[in-house]
Design a protein around this ligand. Structure first.
Ligand SMILES: [Zn+2]
Length: 453
């Protein structure tokens, strides 16, 4: 049965209820929660009792969009340091992500529980060729190659399938049909419109600013089948398209209605435009900046050669100017708000790993702060806990502080409903009933010393 621990007098945000619950007891047996109730629970004297008077408990956070093959495994503990107890890898070479999943899920390496999708699946054309990025990529070149390619991934035991930017509508439809709901299919779409994918039965969309772009932004600004994310003009157009987007339009309402009707999960990745809001100056002072993984920093230093010697080289996204795009970010938040209000399913994701910044784990705290501005603190927390667990089809195991699920939860000194940034008052991360000290994990992670911090 393993160790028993009783947590008492907690203020509990359980990930499910609309309101926090006060004076709660949580009984943990081994790695799972066995009972949650108001008031006390009688236990024998061999049970360790932990009094949480004045503390708030929230479920362990779930980042639904990361790339582990792009970060050093010494950085995996940073997820726990930020309170992220589960993550989903949405693109990386199959053997590598399967190895990471095994290492993390068996506890051989310290970090979050991991779900994996295998590689990003482009269509006939490849979205990128630079060797630093191709480690994430594979292609499904035609409808005929769907059974072989997708069949192999399913046999290997992936937890999801990720359709990527150049996959055509015909191939996306064939993939969704072949998978036939055995695992969730998600898309970072470009050549296939999100409306086509929703109609075909896709389970999730990644990046509120890319996948639904062609369905929301002005028709004369749509990107076509010659679009390349490697082209700087793609990003300036995308930004301009969002700045001009009419979010009261009939097309927007149709998109929201389709997302709600099919209950498609929207992985937002608002954090990628955080520097737009903070401004270069604000981002340069960000203490999380020290935690960029060495491998990501190495890729950034190659970009520095192109960008020139500038103080924000380590956080520069490469394709658009830091500081630009705050209006586009507000539009993405407004799309998120409208979708949520209509009954749609919003989940947080960060893309950490693929881009150097924000860093692993802490990127999700950024994401939650931006989500909370759109949908409020409680629903932002649910977006990265119970709703995300539902997306991963793991509601039996994670996403809420509830009897039967893993004892994955966070003890906070302060109440994040007062200000969601207070998730940073994290004192202890529990994963499967095991306590971890965030400060110690953070101190042990690789760090770099940027100017000005
Ligand atoms: Zn990604």
């Amino acid at each position: 049965m393993g160790n028993k621990q009783l947590f008492t007098n907690a203020r509990l945000i359980d990930g499910l209820a609309d309101q926090p619950l006060n004076g709660m007891s949580i009984l943990v047996e081994g790695e799972r929660i066995s009972e949650v109730r108001a008031g006390s629970i009688d236990v024998s004297s061999d049970v360790e009792v932990i009094d949480l008077t004045g503390k708030t408990v929230v479920p362990g956070l779930i980042d639904t969009h990361i790339h582990t093959v792009m970060m050093d495994s010494e950085c995996f503990p940073l997820f726990l340091a930020a309170g992220v107890t589960t993550a989903r890898d949405v693109g990386g070479r199959l053997d590598l992500v399967l190895q990471n999943r095994e290492d993390l899920n068996t506890g051989k390496k310290l970090g979050p529980r991991l779900f994996v999708c295998g590689p990003l699946l482009d269509g006939p054309g490849a979205s990128f060729e630079s060797p630093g990025f191709t480690i994430m990529l594979d292609r499904v070149e035609s409808v005929d190659s769907v059974p072989g390619k997708i069949g192999d991934l399913l046999s290997a035991g992936v937890d999801g399938i990720k359709c990527y930017f150049t996959m055509t509508p015909e191939i996306v439809r064939a993939v969704i049909g072949y998978v036939d709901k055995r695992v969730p299919v998600t898309g970072h779409l470009g050549y296939c419109s999100s409306m086509d994918a929703i109609d075909a039965g896709i389970d999730g969309l990644e990046h509120v600013w890319i996948s639904p772009y062609n369905d929301i932004c002005a028709l004369n600004m749509r990107f076509g089948n010659d679009a390349s994310m490697m082209d700087p003009a793609f990003w300036s157009q995308t930004m301009a398209g969002w700045e001009q987007a009419d979010l009261k339009s009939e097309r927007m309402q149709k998109w929201v209605a389709a997302m709600v009707e099919k209950q498609v999960h929207m992985g937002t990745t608002l954090d990628l435009l955080w520097t737009a809001k903070a401004g270069v100056e604000g981002a340069l002072k960000d203490p999380d900046r020290c935690l960029i993984p060495p491998a990501a920093l190495e890729r950034q230093s190659r970009m520095k050669k192109r960008l020139g010697d500038r103080p924000d080289w380590d956080i520069h996204p490469g394709f658009y100017e830091t500081g630009a795009g705050s209006l586009a970010l507000e539009k993405h938040q407004e799309v998120t708000r409208q979708l949520h209000e209509a009954g749609g399913r919003v989940v947080g994701g960060t893309d950490c790993g693929a881009l150097a910044y924000p860093p692993p784990g802490f990127a999700l705290l950024r994401e939650i702060e931006l989500l909370a501005e759109a949908i409020g603190a409680m629903d932002a927390i649910r977006a990265v806990t119970s709703v995300a667990a539902n997306y991963l089809r793991a509601d039996q195991d994670i996403g809420a502080v509830e009897a039967g699920r893993y004892a994955d939860f966070l003890v906070l000194a302060e109440d994040p409903l007062r200000d969601v940034a207070l998730l940073r008052s994290l004192e202890t991360t529990y994963r499967g009933g095991m306590p971890y000290d965030p400060n110690r994990l953070k101190a042990a992670a690789p760090q770099h010393s940027p100017d000005g911090i």
